[in-house]
Design a protein. Structure first.
Length: 472
């Protein structure tokens, strides 16, 4: 019998025993746990459908089959050619989602998974996105064909807004003379309120004196979205308090902010200064931060992992209502320079109450690698710092520096009451006394630099120091 329990076992088998917490709203939410991009999802879906025809992943090329493949999986999938269409996804979702208590899957009623096509040239069901949103019911999909769509849009339903083509050809922009959002009083191209909507595969242009995307509450997902033409000082994304959102495989070029929201950012290209306000945790992983796209964290508990920063860095400090407790791990920083508009170490921890674990990062070619100041606390472990003006600058004592590789910098470790970082001075009330053990100092111009008037400078006991300094 094709019961919910049997369907759940089939899903778990397909996911290779990865942790899944059914029920899922759709096949897409299950696929999101094993595939981060639309391309990966299509490959997974294609393979899953192949299994329905009797092929295994390992034996696909040889034409071998198994009873398991040709039995339980075949009963699920009689579709082949519609693998990536919205109709196929809706049908599969209807089959795989446990619904109700009857033990049998229930096909949604009309309107609970319908697809609405928007085309500016009149070839679809609607010519504007707003008309389609107004007509859509919960769970519906709106496919947007290539074209220009000058609209101010509010989404407060659990729907999917999907571009049907390359995102650069599907342009959604604020209309001339459009309305201000009543909550913020600014012109905003897209507002998402208390929704689990998915917005994917399109370009959003920002109005001249407003914001691109404002999100209030809910748990929306943005995927393969480009936000462009952001004016100075205006917002790209603004995630309000109580929002749990995911933004992946997207790009934007302006200021953005997360306010007390557990937001996940994955695989994005970011070209805009940002502020994150705690205390809710945020996960920022696998993103590319371009020149000037500094990330400022205020009172946040979160993970910043596996990102690449080019002439952009991270600043961790306390917020108005909470201290920061952030892990910065496995990131790459290069060419982070000081100038009049951009005063930033690769990683800077400041303010009493801020605690940061800085682990396994690579920092090269920067004015300052890691700075810890103003009574903040940090654990600096397993990092590779090379070719910087000053690899480590510390004016706080509650700092553990352990197991780092510090090579070919002008200064390896700089301590003291007043420490210059590029063009900026950092002040500390007491001479810094970090714990410095198990590090490798090699080929630096100076391994340890302390103020001339420090009566009790520390030594580098328990570290490996090259016999000849400096290089050459």
């Amino acid at each position: 019998m094709n019961t919910n329990k049997e369907i759940e076992r089939i899903i778990r088998d397909w996911l290779d025993d990865r942790a899944v917490d059914p029920p899922h709203a759709s096949l897409e939410s299950a696929m999101a746990q094993v595939a981060a991009t639309p391309q990966q999802r299509r490959r997974w879906l294609g393979w899953w459908l192949d299994r329905g025809r009797g092929a295994t992943r390992g034996a696909h090329a040889k034409g071998n089959t198994s009873d398991k493949d040709s039995g339980r999986h075949r009963l699920m999938f009689g579709i082949t050619t519609l693998a990536t269409s919205a109709a196929a996804l809706a049908l599969i979702a209807a089959l795989v989602v446990p619904r109700g208590d009857s033990g049998q899957p229930v096909i949604p009623a009309a309107g609970g998974g319908a697809t609405h096509v928007v085309a500016a040239d009149g070839s679809g069901s609607f010519t504007t996105i707003g008309e389609a949103v107004a007509a859509a019911a919960e769970g519906d999909t709106i496919l947007v064909k290539p074209g220009q769509y000058p609209e101010a849009l509010v989404i407060d339903k659990d729907i999917t807004l999907q571009g049907d083509g390359p995102r650069e050809g599907i342009v959604f922009s604020f209309p001339k003379g459009g309305p201000n959002d009543p909550d913020w009083g600014l012109p905003v191209t897209l507002v998402v309120k208390d929704s689990r909507a998915t917005i994917a595969g399109l370009t959003i242009l920002t109005p001249a004196k407003g914001g691109a995307v404002w999100v209030s509450g809910g748990s929306p997902t943005f995927e393969d979205v480009s936000v462009e033409n952001v004016p100075d000082g205006m917002g790209t994304f603004n995630f309000g308090e109580g929002t749990s959102a995911i933004v992946r495989d997207s790009s934007w070029d302006g200021f953005w902010m997360i306010d007390a929201s557990p937001v996940t950012l994955e695989g994005n290209t970011i070209n805009g200064f940002s502020r994150l306000f705690g205390p809710d945790p945020a996960t920022i992983s696998g993103n590319t931060f371009l020149a000037g796209a500094d990330l400022h964290v205020h009172g946040l508990a979160g993970l910043i992992e596996g990102n690449e920063f080019t002439d952009a860095g991270i600043t961790v400090e306390s917020g108005s209502d909470s201290d920061s407790a952030v892990t910065v791990r496995g990131n790459t920083f290069h060419d982070v320079r000081w100038n009049a508009d951009h005063g930033q170490a690769a990683i800077l921890v400041q303010d009493a109450g801020s605690t940061t674990d800085i682990v396994d990062n690579t920092i090269t070619g920067s004015d300052t690698g890691i700075g810890v100041a103003f009574g903040s606390a940090a654990t600096i472990m397993g990092n590779d710092l090379s070719g910087n003006r000053a690899a480590l600058v510390v004016t706080s004592s509650d700092v553990a520096i352990e197991g780092n590789t510090i090579t070919a910098n002008e200064t390896g470790l700089r301590l003291g009451n007043t420490v210059e970082m590029g063009d900026a001075g950092l002040q500390a009330g007491d001479a810094a006394r970090p714990t410095v053990t198990g590090n490798t100092f090699c080929d630096n111009g100076t391994d340890l630099e302390v103020p001339d008037d420090d009566p009790n400078p520390i030594t580098l006991d328990g570290n490996e120091v090259c016999a000849e300094q400096p290089a050459g």
